[in-house]
Design a protein around this ligand. Structure first.
Ligand code: F6P
Length: 364
C-alpha cells in the first residue's frame, strides 16, 4: 500500500497585493517538492466555508511569480465566525466555524497557510485557538503595518509605484507653478507616504502618526516661494489628520473585516492651500494602482522566502505562527503578534529624522 501523502491548503485573504502569486507559487512548490499534496482555497475564507477548493500541481503555479493579483481569488468580507449573507435584502451574520472544520477534515488537511494582513491573521489566530486548526501565516499588505515583521510583502512595490507617481507630478507642478498633492494608501499607518515621499523628493509628507497644522504646511510653501521655488509637492497618507481633527472617511463597507475606508484628505488639503495662498493646487489619488501589477524584484524574493518558510513550518508540524522578517532573517513568530495592534511609523525614528534633516516638512 503506498503511504498516504500529507495534505496542506493555502488561501489568500483580504485586499489583493503585489506578490500574492509569488507566495502561492513558493508554498505550492515546497509542498509538492516534499512529496505532499496541496489544495488552493478559492476566494479566501469564503472558500473554506463554501467548500471551494482546487488541487494544485506544478502547472497551476507555472508562470505566476511575476503576475499581480491572486490566482486563488480573495475577499476582505468573509469572516467564518461572523459570516455575512444577504437574506431578503438584509445582511445576516452567522457562525460557520463548524463548516470550516468539516471541510478541512473532508480533504484531510493537516495545516492551512493563510496569506493575508491583520484581518486574515485575526481569523487565522481564532481558527487556531478555538477550532484546533493549524494555521501558518504569511504577512501581506502594501500598508507595511503588521506588528510581527519588519516588512510585509507588497509594500516595496506600492512604494515604487507611488514614488514614480511623485516623479511624474514634479513636471506638472514645476511647469504650472502649482502645489501638487499625491494621496497614497496605508490605512492608519504612514509607511507608504513616508518612503514614497522621501524616494520622490517630496517637500511635505503628511502621516497619520504626525497630525498636521495648516500653519506648518503654508510656512513651508511660503519658504519655498521665497527661495524662488514656485511649486511644492506633498505626499499625504490617506490617514493623515489635522491636529485635534479626525481622519477623512471615504465610505463604510458593510460586512468587511474592517468597515472603515479612508480617503479624501488630499482634496480637502489642496482646497485649503489654494484658498490660503492663491497658488493653484491639485490632488491626485493614487488608489488601487498601488496594489496592482507585477511585484518588484525585492518583493518577489521576499514572497518566495515567506512562502517557503511557511510551508516548511507546516512540514515541521507547527501551527499558530507567521513568517516574519527580522534583520535579514526569516523567522516564525506567534500569529497573535500579527493580529495585534497595527505597526505605526515611530515618530522618533531615524527615518523621520532623516527626512527632517533634508528639510522635509511633516506638517508639525
Ligand atoms: O490594506 C490595504 C488597503 O489598500 C489600504 O491601504 C486601503 O485603505 C484599503 O486597503 C482599501 O480597501 P478596499 O480594497 O476595500 O477599498
Amino acid at each position: 500500500m503506498p503511504k498516504k501523502k500529507r495534505r496542506f491548503a493555502v488561501l489568500t485573504g483580504g485586499g489583493d497585493c503585489p506578490g500574492l502569486n509569488a507566495v502561492i507559487a513558493a508554498v505550492v512548490k515546497t509542498f509538492l517538492n516534499n512529496g505532499c499534496e496541496v489544495y488552493g482555497v478559492l476566494n479566501g475564507f469564503n472558500g473554506l466555508v463554501m467548500d471551494r477548493v482546487k488541487k494544485m500541481d506544478y502547472a497551476s503555479v507555472s508562470g505566476i511569480l511575476y503576475r499581480g493579483g491572486t490566482i486563488l481569488g480573495t475577499t476582505n468580507r468573509d469572516n467564518p465566525f461572523k459570516f455575512a449573507e444577504e437574506v431578503n435584502g438584509e445582511i445576516v451574520y452567522s457562525d460557520k466555524r463548524d463548516q470550516v472544520v468539516a471541510n478541512l477534515k473532508k480533504y484531510g488537511i493537516e495545516a492551512l497557510v493563510v496569506i493575508g494582513g491583520d484581518g486574515s491573521m485575526n481569523i487565522g489566530a481564532q481558527l487556531a485557538r478555538e477550532c484546533g486548526i493549524k494555521v501558518v501565516g504569511c504577512p501581506k499588505t502594501i500598508d507595511n503595518d503588521l506588528a510581527c515583521t519588519e516588512r510585509t510583502f507588497g509594500f516595496d512595490t506600492a512604494v515604487a509605484m507611488a514614488s514614480e507617481a511623485v516623479d511624474r507630478l514634479h513636471s506638472t507642478a514645476e511647469s504650472h507653478h502649482r502645489v501638487m498633492a499625491l494621496e497614497v494608501m496605508g490605512r492608519y499607518a504612514g509607511w507608504i507616504a513616508l518612503h514614497a515621499g522621501i524616494a520622490g523628493g517630496a517637500d511635505i509628507i503628511l502621516l497619520p502618526e504626525i497630525p498636521y497644522t495648516m500653519e506648518s504646511i503654508l510656512a513651508k510653501i511660503e519658504q519655498r516661494r521665497a527661495l524662488g521655488k514656485e511649486f511644492s509637492i506633498i505626499v499625504v497618507a490617506e490617514g493623515a489628520k489635522p491636529v485635534g481633527g479626525e481622519m477623512t472617511v471615504a465610505r463604510m463597507v458593510k460586512g468587511s473585516f474592517e468597515p472603515v475606508r479612508l480617503g479624501g484628505v488630499g482634496e480637502k488639503l489642496v482646497r485649503e492651500i489654494e484658498a490660503a495662498t492663491g497658488i493653484e493646487s491639485r490632488c491626485t489619488v493614487l488608489g488601487y494602482l498601488q496594489r496592482g501589477g507585477s511585484p518588484t524584484a525585492f518583493d518577489r524574493v521576499l514572497c518566495t522566502r515567506y512562502g517557503v518558510a511557511a510551508a516548511e513550518a507546516c512540514l515541521r508540524g507547527e501551527g499558530n505562527v507567521i513568517a516574519a522578517l527580522s534583520g535579514d532573517k526569516i523567522i516564525m513568530v506567534d500569529i497573535q503578534l500579527a493580529a495585534a495592534k497595527a505597526r505605526e511609523v515611530p515618530v522618533d525614528s531615524e527615518i523621520i529624522r532623516t527626512g527632517r534633516q533634508i528639510g522635509i516638512c511633516f506638517g508639525d
